[in-house]
Every structure is written in structure tokens, then in C-alpha cells.
Design a protein around this ligand. Sequence first.
Ligand code: 5AD
Ligand code: SF4
Length: 434
Amino acid sequence: MKYYIKTFGCQMNFNDSERIKGLLRTLGYQEAESWQEADLILINTCTIREKPDQKVFSHLGEYRKIKEENPKALIGVCGCLAQRMGYQLVQKAPVVDIMFSSFNIHQLPELIQRAQAGYKAIAILEEPPQDEDKLWEYPTVRDNPYCAYVTVMKGCDKNCTYCVVPKTRGRQRSRSIESILKEVKQLVAEGVKEIHLLGQNVTAWGQDIGSHFSELLYRVAEVDGVERIRFTTGHPKDLDEKIVKAMAEIPQVCEHIHLPFQAGSDRILKLMDRGYTKQEYLEKIEMLKEYVKGITFSTDVIVGFPTETEEDFEETLDLLKKVKFEQVFSFKYSPRPDTPAYSMQDQVPDEIKTERMQRLLELQKSILGEIAKSYEGTLQELLVESVEDGNKFIGRTRTNRWASVKSRENLLGRVVKVKVIRSHPFSMECELLN
Ligand code: 5AD
Ligand code: SF4
């Protein structure tokens, strides 16, 4: 039996898919090269903005053809859109045989059995079930043998007024330190060097189980063989001095942080219910720079939140200029049903969102050009993840930039010192140092 999984959305969703693959492997399934060859097609969906919602239905329209060739083939939908739409989704797309959400991935074996017996196997729960931790018992199947995502918490307790995540992924549930360390040890034994801790708001890890994220960082770093640690996503409000100090003290924690600011205007930040001002955000950046020498930043920004004026938007541009992020993920505000911002007055017209987005991208392009140049001649450390044309080895710097280095010796999976010769916006060419 073969499966095919199409994944949309964030790294969390990708990691969920890696675990679904592990689960399917324990059931005896193998990965198909294409959906046409699969006995089970799954779409792991995202609903953060309107666009990914639409894509799911166009994919379902295509995948349904599988049933003409292979009438026993099953089609499943899981993830955030499944959670948000529930039965409505099956009404709209009757071709769906199996549906579940991120609450109950571990129930997939039973759902497949039910669907094979000819029933619609739909299990969308209101609340995460008691036994959701069973999920951690399944291994992950990963494409990258050296860098692994480890989910450390599910859900989110923040109430950003634009965001569906608290609804689709539920309240914050931190995974226990024992369960996390068990997985980290297993991954390292399999050859993984870089551990990437994942959560909708990892910096709040522990708050619901009487612990603190800094504790988790120290404990993960103690595992023999962990060469690098990263984490995503941080929330400025929960990023405190204890975490920053841990980042500075732990040699394996990389000099990079993804810290979404979403908007530069205090008025908009308040409407978003982000819990900080522009000034407070900048203070966190200063604290990070002070403790963690050479740290680089990436961020998420929303353009055109309801009521955003030209002045508000200029505050966003100002923040970009001040921090100089190495990567900016920018999104046009997309109204999501059942969120407070959906019904706010004065939604910004799409043409204005588009125009502001273009200006933001222009500005970021010039900032990135400057940053890229500043890397030339510097010494960096790469963890080599892949190889092209036999001798071009590709890896990431600790500051999270892609770089390549030529070598006759196989460097895969190794941490090497390099000198940057040429640096472009999204890549760098380096020379190997001994
Ligand atoms: N519209 C646009 N962007 C959004 N994001 C979250 N919700 C919305 C929305 N309704 C963005 C935020 C978040 C990223 C994952 O997606 O910037 O950090
Ligand atoms: Fe999309 Fe958010 Fe769900 Fe990730 S958590 S898949 S970004 S809706």
C-alpha cells in the first residue's frame, strides 16, 4: 500500500506530516512517487489566510480522478482547515473519505480501517482528547537527515485578533520534557545534528506545566551529539531575559531568532492584541543583540490590518529600517471567519494592501542587499545538509543564511568553517577553511 501527502502551511504542519508518514510506515504503507500511484491521498491543510483554503479544493478536484483508476483508493483531509470547517468541508467535497485534525492524528489507524470498510471516517473533535500524547509514540519520517523539527507544544493561548490558530489548534499544551528529550536522543542516534524546537509560541513553553522555556533549552543542549539548536516561533511578549541569557550561554543555540512583530504602529498592535508596543519590541531586539553577539533576525509582518493608515504603515517600514531583518515574511491581512478582526470597521481595500506590500518588499530588498554585502570576507560555520553536482555542498550558517562550498571530500552532515567569497540576497559562495 502506498500513500501520498500534500502539505500546506507552517513548519508545524510539515512536522505533523512527518509524523503522519511515520505512523503510516508503522502500518506498512510506503511513500508513493506521485498521487496517481497512491492508495491513500492525504491533504494536510492550512487556513491561516484565504488563499490556502482555496488551494485545498482545487487539489481535491484533481485528486478525485484517482478513484476512476483505483476505486478502493482513499482521500483524506486533515489539519487546520479540516478543524475549522468540520462537516461543512465534506458537504462541499463529498469525495473525502477520511477527515481528522491536528488534535487526533494518532487516531488515523482506526480511521483508515473505518474508511476501508466503506464508511465515511470523520473525527473532528471540539477539544483535544485525553490520549493525544499517544502521537509522540510514533516516529517521524524526515527528508532532511541532519536537521530535525521537534514539536514541543501544541496550540496557542494568545488571542491575536486576526488569527485562527487558537481555534484550529486549541489551547496551549506543552509537551513534557521527558517526551521531548526521548525524541531528541532518538534523532541524534539517527545522525541528526540540528534540533529545531517547534511550537506556535515556543517561548511560552512550560508556562502550563510549571516550567520555563530556558529550562528546555538547557536540557536539550545537554543531550550528547546535539550540535545546533534553533526554535520557532517566538512571541516578543514571552521572550524574557532568562531565555535570552540561555541563548547566550548555550553554545549550540544558533545566533538567529524568528520574532514576528506583525505591525509597527502602537495603535494597530493594540487592535491586534499583541501585548507590546513598538518601543518594547525594539527593547527586546536590543537585549538580544547585547547578550547574543552577532545575532540575526527574521520576522512576520501583516500589511493592511483593519483601519491601518499611511502613518501606521510608515511605522512598520520604520521598524524594518531599524532592525534590518535578514528575512521578512510579509502577508496582506486576510479576514478570517470567527476572529475579532473579521468584523472590525474600516477594512483596508485590496489595492492599498497591494501597494503597501510592494513598498515594503522594495525596502526590504535594499536592506537585504546591504546585509548580503556585509557577509563578504567573513568567517562562518556551515552545517552541510545537501550536495549538488557531486562537489557543491550546501548548508546554513548559524545566522540562518544558505551558503555553498566546493569540496572533493564528502562534507554531508558535517559542521565546517568557511570564508564567504561572494554573497547574494539568498545565497553565498564560500571557501573551505581547514
Ligand atoms: N492575515 C494575514 N496574515 C496572517 N497571519 C496570521 N493570521 C493572518 C491573517 N489573518 C500571519 C502572521 C503570522 C504568520 C504565520 O501568518 O504574520 O505570524
Ligand atoms: Fe496554517 Fe496556522 Fe495551521 Fe500552521 S497552525 S497550518 S499556519 S493555520
